[in-house]
Design a protein around this ligand. Structure first.
Ligand code: NAP
Length: 461
């Protein structure tokens, strides 16, 4: 039996390992989920919602274990306390809208006819989750899927192998029936084989573009519904009337928090020439304040990247850009913990352009490129010059200008004067190679259910 291993970025050693489940055993897990689904869906919505919230509460009680476990698995500094804030906010919000989001659309209710469109759970939902925000990305689908009456099977990333197991343990301890929410340890081949065998009624995949392509290939011809939440290369645009300090603070945080490993992290910034020099100077000062080090040390504000191979990609992109004329503004000597491995100093590059992979491909590290622009139209052209389309962050005091520019930007979300945040009331979605579908909000519930039309004629004449 092959083992799935989490190599800790803290010390490069195996932190946890679990046996990969063979296909026949995995099919039994699916079969149990399918058998449990109808009974689960028949329970009143309130009961399902309350059980999910009880699972969330139980996980919160595990905070003392969860926080260091996350640091060991993917390097998030313990001082940030895990990701409970967003995890709880999203769960609580979807709970408040579940009844409305799932209620039938009544077209006619008369003596002659009852015509309505109801929402039915898909059946068995499969969640394939990434390591970068392992709890928050998973809960986006797990909570509404369960509330809507689906059963859920989660397969978590190797880097955060313990997260699916822990979530399921919390939910089951809180009263969610064991077959309603199950964790599974799978290699890629078995994952694809299960999907290709039409085991699931809906698959939500959050991860890389390449991973998304593999899932789409595996599902081809099965008609399985797919939600694909993939990579990004999110831009910021600082206009001439922006609040400079607020822009620096939010955009630098968006570029570097979680060591830059956020799907909607800021990876490239375009600044109006009027503010460019000041923005760059303040950004360098902001980033230089980080303390890179062991994530278990409460003083550490910037942990290692989750894996030294992710850091190697960032280093390669930086080296390539510098070889092509970019200038690196952060002296790595300021960050003695940089070990040329997983521990990576943050970086700001200027003199960058779109011929460089650093400005085009997902970097997914604590490094950002800043370019000077002269006009809104130039900024729009550069922001759209990307294969990705998750979010864009616009900085201005003029909401009309932001809305006008927003209409021309090819992304799933347009922010004004904020960045790097998922509002659970809004749909989380992307365009181009960032994928398709949408989670959270009313639309998230719609995507985890299917419409069913009832056309009931009450009279025969
Ligand atoms: P990843 O390598 O694609 O992995 C994501 C998940 O898919 C993991 O559970 C992984 O398992 C599994 N997986 C990958 N390739 C697979 C394949 N061929 N067949 C079956 N399963 C496969 O992505 P990641 O490195 O974990 O996450 C980072 C990426 O996710 C970034 O590109 C980021 O932008 C994106 N992301 C997007 C969003 C969004 O909302 N759009 C949110 C968060 C992250 P293993 O770990 O075992 O390989």
């Amino acid at each position: 039996m092959s083992m799935i291993k989490c190599i800790s970025p803290v010390n490069g050693e195996v932190y946890a390992e679990r046996p990969a489940m063979p296909l026949d055993m995995a099919k039994q897990v699916v079969s149990r989920a399918r058998q449990a689904q109808k009974t689960w869906a028949r329970r009143p919505l309130d009961e399902r919602v309350n059980l999910v919230l009880a699972g969330v509460a139980r996980l919160n009680e595990m905070v003392d274990e969860v926080v260091p476990e996350l640091a060991w698995q993917m390097g998030r500094p313990v001082r940030y306390g895990g990701e409970f804030k967003g995890f709880n906010e999203r769960s609580n919000y979807v709970a408040t809208i579940a009844a409305d989001a799932l209620k039938p659309l009544v077209i006619e209710e008369s003596d002659r006819f009852e015509r309505r469109i109801a929402r039915e759970p898909h059946g068995v939902v499969f969640v394939v989750a990434p390591w970068n925000y392992p709890y928050m990305t998973a809960i986006n689908t797990v909570a509404p899927a369960l509330m809507a009456g689906n059963t859920v099977i989660i397969k978590h990333a190797s880097q955060t192998i313990l997260v699916g197991e822990r979530m399921v343990r919390a939910f089951v301890e809180a009263g969610v029936p064991a077959d309603v929410f199950q964790n599974i340890f799978l290699d890629h081949e078995t994952t694809a084989a299960l999907i290709a065998a039409r085991s699931f009624d809906f698959v939500n995949f959050t991860g890389s573009v390449e991973g998304g392509r593999s899932i789409e290939r595996a599902a081809a011809g099965t008609f399985t519904g797919l939600g694909l939440e993939l990579g990004g290369k999110d831009p910021g645009y600082v206009m001439d009337d922006a609040d400079l300090d607020a822009a620096v603070d939010t955009l630098m945080d968006g570029a570097t928090y979680n060591s830059g490993q956020c799907c909607c992290g800021i990876e490239r910034i375009y600044v109006h020439e009027k503010l460019y020099d000041a923005f760059v100077e303040k950004s360098v000062a902001w980033v230089s304040n980080y303390k890179l080090g062991n994530p278990l040390d409460p003083e550490t504000t910037l942990g290692p990247m989750a894996n030294k191979r992710f850091a190697a990609t960032v280093r390669e992109q930086i080296a390539d850009a510098v070889a092509k004329g970019a200038k690196a503004l952060i002296d790595p000597k300021l960050f003695p913990a940089d070990d040329r491995g997983a521990y990576l100093a943050p970086q700001i590059l200027v003199n960058v352009d779109h011929s460089m992979a650093f400005m085009r491909e997902e970097t997914f590290g604590p490094a950002v490129g800043i370019m000077k622009v002269k006009s809104d139209s130039q900024a729009i052209e550069l922001m759209n010059d990307s294969q990705y389309g998750l979010t864009a962050s616009l900085w201005t005091r003029d909401a009309e200008r932001a809305a006008r520019i927003g209409a021309d930007i090819e992304t799933g979300t347009v922010f004004m004067n904020r960045a790097d945040y998922l509002d659970p009331a809004l749909c989380w979605t992307g365009v181009k190679e960032t994928g398709r579908g949408g989670s959270l909000s009313v639309i998230g519930f719609q995507n985890l259910t299917r419409p069913k039309s009832y056309h009931l004629k009450k009279v025969t004449a």
